[in-house]
Design a protein around this ligand. Structure first.
Ligand SMILES: NC(=O)c1ccc[n+]([C@@H]2O[C@H](COP(=O)([O-])OP(=O)(O)OC[C@H]3O[C@@H](n4cnc5c(N)ncnc54)[C@H](OP(=O)(O)O)[C@@H]3O)[C@@H](O)[C@H]2O)c1
Length: 214
């Protein structure tokens, strides 16, 4: 699959890019700055022993079947507004957690209840928004030789896109689970501040979740 990661120069994006490229996907790292994207792509490709491209966000999106949005919540709306037309007809995987620093260990619902719901409302039905990957630490993604013991919940109102993203997420080396409609992104996004609290309380770099009984 052809995957673009908007904001792929960041902590979460780099590990995803390396893991998906190793799984055989064609990955483009996107950035506001094309040169920064190319430098990051070359560094990740060198470390992971795979081919990864880098481009400005708009160019990266233009060539992709699936676009992953991996920017801080403060940049969520402006980034989507800038890419709205380029995203038409594509699947958008929104991994954004609506954290509001400095209280990142406390649930704070955004105005639209969830970042992914805000994305779907902003982009309209021509874009299939899928929410996922809120509970996998960048520390685990970046350690390519390490199997990630973490379930990933995936939700969307677009059944075909949801199935596609469940398969794509599984290629990161995690168990991906269909978590229902996009409204459930409120619960998914809200759990991350709790995980960040657990990280601090129990001195962990990357608390995750696994479900029993499945
Ligand atoms: N880190 C984690 O462990 C983790 C886990 C689960 C979910 N998430 C979520 O994943 C998303 C990305 O997390 P991250 O830790 O990778 O974030 P990050 O490293 O802070 O930022 C990712 C990228 O976003 C771009 N960016 C930063 N500020 C921006 C702005 N004002 N406008 C446009 N683009 C901007 C930057 O790319 P350029 O400067 O190259 O454009 C940056 O490299 C967040 O929404 C976070 O909540 C993170």
């Amino acid at each position: 699959m052809n995957v673009a990661i908007v904001g792929g120069t960041g902590k979460e994006g780099k590990g995803m890019a390396a893991r998906w490229a190793r799984a055989g996907h064609r990955v483009t790292i996107g950035s506001r700055d094309a040169e920064r994207a190319r430098v990051a792509a070359a560094a990740i490709a060198g470390e992971a022993g795979v081919a990864i491209e880098g481009a400005d966000n708009r160019t990266a999106v233009a060539d992709a079947e699936v676009v992953v949005l991996s920017v801080p919540y403060a940049a969520h709306r402006s980034t989507l507004e800038g890419l709205r037309e380029a995203l038409e007809g594509r699947v958008l995987v929104d991994i954004t957690v609506p954290l509001k620093p400095p209280k990142v260990r406390q649930v704070q619902l955004p105005e639209g209840q969830a970042a992914a719901l805000e994305a779907q409302a902003l982009l309209g039905d021509r874009v299939a928004v899928v929410a996922a990957l809120h509970h996998v630490s960048s520390v685990h993604l970046a350690d390519l030789e390490h199997a990630i013991e973490c379930d990933v919940l995936v939700c969307s109102d677009h059944a075909e896109a949801l199935a596609k993203v469940v398969a794509l997420v599984a290629d990161l080396g995690v168990r991906a689970l269909d978590a229902g409609p996009l409204a459930n992104a409120v619960a998914l996004e809200s759990l991350t501040p709790v995980l960040l609290h657990l990280n601090k309380r129990y001195k962990s770099a990357g608390t995750g979740i696994t479900f029993t009984g499945l």
